[in-house]
Design a protein around this ligand. Structure first.
Ligand code: F6R
Length: 608
């Protein structure tokens, strides 16, 4: 995920910024850059790849100045390249900008600015901000930033410097974090406090809508043109805690990030005004969909579970027959795919060897391919005909959490897009589902508040050696995913089953030593799940049920209840998986397991 560092004071800003960017390396990035002002001239250095490339560039072509901004870029709009690396400048080269987030309406702003004579040098959404500020600049950079931001929609953490006003950095925040650290006659900014801990510990976390003028000895914050005060906090975290934003593990941090990463993933692809889904990045036309024979979804592990969930979406919403296959199986199967098939590959890393090999096979067969990846520029994202990125930022915990809900978010958008193009969904249903999509981050936030209750339940069960997870229909893949999370990080043997399949064998496993986790939220199979719970209870199993508030029946039968907010059944997998992630996390930590790096597992499986 992108990182921002800025400085104003009397030190060499390039050095301070470089050191700060190094502290953000753990977030992942593909290029980096620094701009400083010296003698009213902006000097910029940018390099593709690791920070050491920027370092060599700076060693060869040193820059210095007491004010500057820097950035590590995780590509979203435009490939990783020097032109697309930040900082970005306006036409005059006097205004430079670094940005985290996504400018949703950058295409229309860019068109307008080009028609007014602005010349663009990159493919990024960020560059429009530099030109927009230039448009409004009349010797007052703060005013120009304020005017520009009135036109911008989306998420941003921004830092701006101007050659003609070398005594200030302007920063702004909306839905992307930004923090100011106060020094003595110097101030620092960063997207993440870990970049600044070596320099200062008194910090101000900006709030949405804040625009701030930072000089070396003053900080003035405005919100909706009114000057506001923000509290200063002392940060006592050590560097490692800071990387994890104070959470004990990356996995826990990533579970908590999900309300934001889901929103970041649909941002810019879902318009609030007309309920329109815009997937500009792909070329899958109405004509192709009308002739489509079948969708195949190929993936491994957690990504495979996202694919299994999507089968229900494509079949129910868009009436397209859908098959889901594990990549390592697909490779050696006699599959029937052709130019009328759409083959979707899901991969967080974009480097999984089996998924990549399957992609190459599908391409050889002449099928249309689409990848859903989290890592920009990864092999799968480069080789597929079409790519849709999840905007989750780097996932560091080996057990996948936020990438999974990001994948589901993209798949919801895709299924709704196909259903709209094929006219298989009514306007009322589409409006309803789009509205629910918008509300998902709020519902996820509600769900995250259950962590304390789940921790208590985990305490009761953490010494068990086996577990069964049950669910039906669209939540069946979530039973598989819940069981996978538990086994991979706690080393407890856990299996997910389709609840209706129990009586065909697995029920033999059930006695009073077997805990059973059941997903039992409101759905068309609610009554059926209730019967499956009765079957398990009759054999002595302890039942933990994930239910909705005001549940009348299952709450009485279950020994332990985890309450999640009610959503349309289509979105229930995305909500229901969150308590299962927490449960696995707490059980594993109580057993003393290394949750971020479980034994025998790798984050990116690049061998067959
Ligand atoms: C489970 C997990 C793995 C991955 C699988 C595929 O928590 O992380 O099962 O989902 O190895 O990886 P990607 O999605 O990178 O292809």
């Amino acid at each position: 995920m992108c990182g921002i560092v800025g400085y104003i004071g009397s030190k060499n800003s390039a050095e301070v910024i470089y050191n700060g960017l190094e502290k953000l390396e753990y977030r992942g990035y593909d290029s980096a850059g620094i701009a400083v002002i010296s003698d009213n001239i902006i000097q910029t250095r940018r390099s593709v790849g690791k920070l050491k490339n920027l370092k060599s560039n700076l060693d060869l072509n040193p820059i210095s100045g007491n004010i500057g901004i820097g950035h590590t870029r995780w590509a979203t709009h435009g490939k990783p390249s020097e032109e697309n690396a930040h900082p970005h400048t306006d036409c005059s080269g006097k205004i430079v900008v670094v940005h985290n987030g996504i400018i949703e309406n950058y295409v229309s702003i860019k068109k307008q600015l080009i028609s007014e004579g602005h010349k663009f040098k990159s493919e990024t959404d960020t560059e429009v901000v530099a030109h927009l500020i230039e448009k409004y600049y009349k010797n007052d950079i703060l005013k120009a930033v304020k005017s520009a931001l009135k036109e911008v929609r989306g998420a941003y953490a921004l830092a701006v410097i101007c050659a003609d006003e070398p005594d200030k950095v302007i920063v702004a925040r909306y839905d992307a974090p930004l923090v100011i650290a106060k020094g003595k006659n110097e101030n620092f900014i960063a997207s993440d406090v870990s970049a600044l801990l070596n320099y200062a510990r008194d910090v101000i976390f900006l709030e949405n809508g804040d625009i701030c003028e930072i000089k070396k000895d003053t900080i003035n914050i405005f919100n909706q043109d009114v000057e506001v005060k923000r509290e200063t906090q002392k940060i006592l975290w050590d560097a490692i805690q800071a990387e994890k934003c104070g959470y004990k593990h990356f996995m826990l941090k990533e579970i908590y990030e999900q309300a934001q990463t889901i929103q970041d993933t649909f941002r810019g692809r879902l318009s609030s005004e007309k309920n329109v889904i815009t997937l500009d990045d792909i070329n899958i036309t109405e004509e192709f969909l009308k002739e489509i024979s079948r969708i195949y979804i190929i993936a491994c592990g957690t990504s495979y579970h996202a694919g299994l969930t999507a089968k229900f979406l494509f079949e129910s919403l868009a009436s397209i027959p859908t098959e889901v296959d594990i990549a390592s199986e697909f490779r050696y199967r006699d599959y029937v795919i052709d130019s009328k098939s759409l083959v979707i590959f899901i991969s967080q890393s974009g480097e999984t060897a089996d998924t990549l090999a399957a992609l190459r096979i599908a391409k050889q067969k002449g099928s249309k391919t689409l990848a859903i990846c989290n890592v920009v520029g990864s092999s799968i994202s480069r080789e597929a005909d079409n790519i849709l990125y999840t905007h989750c930022g780097p996932e560091i915990g080996v057990a996948s959490t936020k990438a999974f809900t990001g994948q589901l978010t993209v798949l919801y958008l895709l299924a709704l897009d196909f259903a709209t193009k094929l006219n298989t969904i009514s306007k009322e249903k589409l409006d309803l589902l789009v509205k629910e999509l918008w509300d998902l981050p709020v519902k996820v936030t509600e769900c995250l508040k259950q962590s304390g209750r789940i921790e208590k339940i985990a305490k009761e069960f953490h010494l068990k050696n086996q577990f069964i997870y049950l669910a039906r229909n669209i939540n069946y893949p979530i039973a598989l995913e819940g069981a996978l999370k538990l086994k991979e990080i706690s080393y407890i043997y856990a299996e997910g089953y389709a609840a209706g399949e129990m009586k065909h064998g697995p029920i033999a496993l059930i006695d009073e030593t077997m805990p059973v986790m059941v997903i039992a939220t409101k759905s068309k199979v609610y009554e059926k799940v209730l019967s499956n719970i009765e079957e398990a209870k009759a054999r002595g199993a302890k039942i933990i049920a994930v239910i909705n508030a005001n549940d009348k029946e299952i709450s009485k039968k279950a020994d332990y209840q985890i309450v999640v907010p009610e959503v349309d059944e289509f979105f229930s997998p995305l909500i229901n998986v969150i308590p299962l992630q927490f449960f696995a996390y707490y059980v594993a930590t109580m057993r003393g397991c290394d949750v971020d790096q479980p034994r025998n597992l790798a984050k990116s499986v690049t061998v067959e």
